[in-house]
Ligand binder design. Structure first.
Ligand SMILES: [Zn+2]
Ligand SMILES: [Zn+2]
Length: 421
């Protein structure tokens, strides 16, 4: 019997894992510098959480959610996105009591039953930010800045920031009417999904991926012409903050986020090198969500990005963003007795944080040096009977060939290797 990985998923193999570790650590550090703290929620939640937050009519809920029942018949779903779980936790744990502002970030896998293609998987890894507690447009710009500046810091510069405002529920009523008026004559030409959306959620029509629907979209009225005064002012202020931060953007009135809870600012970061799946990150304000799932009315904004497409973009640009870790040293031992006696020293080196390779199956000096070279180790630590008797080691720089005899002391060895002696 041979088993295969489920379609639309992937293994992160050992030779690639350092890249993932680097990107995760890098995002973590970046978010912390902006004052954000990590929050980790379970990978499954009650299905209703996503039905309430994303909206019953959304593709996510209708088609893409992995649902299951536990043994007591309770309905759960693997999380298709990160915002609703974070907000559930915010409400459940009364995080608003700790501070008026909650600055949160998360990392982890999400799940959607979707057609797999380049850069799109059924289990995918996201990084995200959620800022909860203020409607100040400064925070819209801060959240956008984190996503843009982090991607920039990795060396990506063919990025395009697109922003829009989807207004508040008041604006949406006006806009939905305008859209229905525009689409009504074409109702017969719309795909079956869009015919449903026409009544339930006309803004979703703009998001459809069916070619004939995309064509009709070009002349549809723009969201930005249907903003009320507070929403227009908010959007202007966000633009001003971005200009003050010297973050370039273009206004794209076609950005409608795929989920129901977005209000006001919506944005997307597009990498110009990728094909159809070119969105690296996206997000927006969701002032209505917290109340929608049982909390108080608290304004919030966030974004999420996927690691898979980011990795493709970094590879495509040939950016050397992370270095594969190599051993600091390879331990070469000669003699049975030595092999036993060096073990506490070997463990001490590793406890002190040195990466030390050692292979007890290799016996001859020649075989061990060959293995040391193959491992890419910078140093060889050579110990025979004579060195053991004198409590010394030979430390050999494998690049220069230089070799010195020093005390068998893990701290001393570490200092010398770190100082590149
Ligand atoms: Zn409004
Ligand atoms: Zn359609």
């Amino acid at each position: 019997m041979k088993y295969n990985i489920p379609r639309g998923t992937f293994d992160i193999l050992p030779e690639d894992s350092y890249k993932w570790q680097f990107l995760q650590d890098s995002f973590r550090k970046f978010a912390i510098c902006f004052g954000y703290q990590e929050i980790t929620t379970p990978i499954f939640e009650v299905s209703e959480l996503f039905e309430r937050s994303s909206g019953e009519s959304s593709d996510v809920v209708q088609k893409e959610m992995y649902r299951f029942c536990d043994k007591k018949g309770r309905e759960f779903a693997l999380r298709p996105e990160g915002t609703a779980p974070v907000v559930r936790s915010y409400v459940e744990n009364n995080l608003d009591k700790l501070s008026k502002r909650s600055k949160l970030f998360y990392l982890g896998p999400m799940f959607r039953y979707d057609r797999p293609q380049a850069g799109r998987y059924r289990q995918f890894y996201q990084y995200g930010i959620e800022f909860i507690g203020s409607n100040n447009p400064y925070y819209d710009a801060e959240v956008i800045a984190i996503s843009m500046l982090w991607l920039n810091s990795l060396g990506l510069n063919k990025l395009r920031l697109e922003i829009n405002s989807v207004g508040c529920p008041d604006c949406a009523v006006l806009y939905d009417k305008a859209l229905q008026e525009y689409y009504r004559p074409f109702l017969g030409k719309l795909c079956p999904d869009c015919q449903n959306r026409f009544n339930t959620n006309p803004r979703r029509l703009l998001d459809c991926k069916v070619p004939s629907c995309i064509e009709l979209r070009d002349d549809a009225p723009s969201q930005l012409n249907y903003l009320d005064e507070p929403c227009e002012k908010h959007f202007e202020a966000v633009c001003n903050y971005l200009q003050a931060m010297k973050i370039k953007y273009i206004i794209n009135p076609r950005i409608v986020r795929g989920l129901d809870y977005y209000t006001n600012t919506a944005f997307e970061i597009v990498y110009e090198g990728l094909g159809a799946q070119n969105s690296l990150a996206g997000g927006g304000r969701y002032n209505g969500l917290i109340e929608q799932i049982g909390g108080k009315s608290v304004p919030a904004i966030g974004f999420a990005g996927g690691f898979e497409r980011l990795l493709i973009a970094l590879e495509e640009e040939k950016i050397n963003y992370a270095e594969k870790p190599k051993p600091d040293a390879y331990l070469v031992c000669l003699g049975e007795n030595v092999r036993l006696e060096v073990l506490t020293y070997l463990n001490d080196l590793r406890i002190k944080g040195l990466i030390v390779d050692y292979d007890p199956d290799k016996n001859s000096m020649k075989a061990q040096f060959k293995a040391a070279d193959a491992s890419g180790a910078k140093y060889a630590i050579i110990i025979g009977e004579d060195e053991l008797a004198n409590k010394t080691i030979n430390l050999k720089n494998l690049q220069t060939g230089e070799q010195i005899r020093v005390a068998m002391n893990a701290e001393d060895t570490k200092q010398r290797i770190r100082a590149k002696i």
